[in-house]
Design a protein around this ligand. Structure first.
Ligand SMILES: *[C@@H]1O[C@H](CO)[C@@H](O)[C@H](O)[C@H]1NC(C)=O
Ligand SMILES: *[C@@H]1O[C@H](CO)[C@@H](O)[C@H](O)[C@H]1NC(C)=O
Length: 282
């Protein structure tokens, strides 16, 4: 094939409208649209359907390969099915995470002789699992979990701390309540606020509310927090010698878009993605 013909075909391809939908997927498409409350204009429908079909194919291919032992995780269709990866990335609002200050890292103080295995739950550092429900509060759960562990380390008391306190009150630091937030800003709130209530006095509500923090009911306090350097050895060191550590994962990767489950990943993260989809649909 000469390059001239190839170019002509390329141009033709680009000028073509969305490919004809695969009739085998008609029922599934209708069901998916109902499930996620999608309604498109006539012009949109063809293009959205094409993207959705493309995503369906990728998910099926991925899961087929995964069945053969590749990848290590499964995917499934979700509310983002009509989005390209570029569109998905655009809707994921970015809260800037300040860059790590050099010189202040936990790395230097860590012990050399690490245990092969450690279970902080068995050692009493971890409160029972809770459900975040229809609120993107995983960042807040992450922070209460980390503080609960360190409080136990210091005082020997394990007290569930208030996630709702963080959801409602860390907006001035830059968090967005049940919509989105990050651990750094939430930790800043606890420091600047000079306290955090317990779950008992400020219980979880799964929704945004006005800030009702009262210093009289404050249960926890932090004097500071530090970053773990971005590598797995540092994380292993920190987890082994400090206690439960707050982590975050960049969920904007293609592999996360339709992620379903695997053996190791944080469900907080997945809830984050799915709940995000739910919030966007509002
Ligand atoms: C937390 O620390 C701040 C600053 O040191 C202090 O003003 C506040 O009283 C403390 N709160 C509690 C509950 O210990
Ligand atoms: C402390 O918490 C309790 C239980 O939620 C509440 O009844 C009380 O009003 C709170 N105290 C203050 C000073 O807000």
């Amino acid at each position: 094939m000469t390059s001239a013909i190839f170019l002509a075909m390329l141009c033709l391809g680009m000028a073509l409208p969305s490919p004809a939908p695969d009739p085998i997927l008609d029922v599934e498409w209708q069901k998916w649209k109902i499930k996620y409350g999608k309604a498109y204009s006539l012009e949109e429908e063809g293009q959205k359907r094409a993207v959705w079909e493309d995503n369906m194919k990728k998910i099926k291919l991925h899961n087929g390969e995964n069945g053969l032992g590749k990848h290590g995780f499964t995917m499934e269709m979700n509310a983002f099915g009509d989005m390209t990866l570029e569109e998905f990335r655009k809707v994921m609002i970015e809260i800037p995470v300040p860059t790590v200050k050099k010189g202040k890292s936990v790395q230097k103080r860590l012990s050399v002789n690490l245990p092969k295995f450690i279970n902080w739950k068995k050692r009493g550092y971890v409160t029972p699992v809770q459900t975040q429900g229809r609120c993107n509060s995983c960042w807040a759960f992450s922070v209460t979990g980390a503080i609960e562990g360190q409080m136990f380390r210091k005082t020997g008391q394990l007290i569930p701390l208030s996630v709702q306190n963080l959801v409602d009150c860390s907006r001035p630091q830059g968090n967005w309540g049940c919509y989105l937030g990050n651990t750094y800003l939430a930790l800043h709130y606890v420091m600047e606020n000079g306290g955090l209530e317990s779950e008992a006095t400020y219980p979880y509500e799964e929704k945004d509310g006005s800030c009702r923090y009262s210093p009289e009911n404050s249960t926890a306090n932090i004097t500071g927090f530090e970053f773990v350097p971005k590598n797995e050895d540092a994380l292993m060191n920190a987890v082994a010698s400090i206690g439960p550590i707050s982590v975050a994962i960049d969920a904007r990767h293609a592999s996360f878009l339709f992620y379903k489950r695997d053996s190791w990943a944080s469900h907080c993260l997945m809830d984050f993605i799915f709940q995000h989809g739910y919030t966007m649909g509002q």
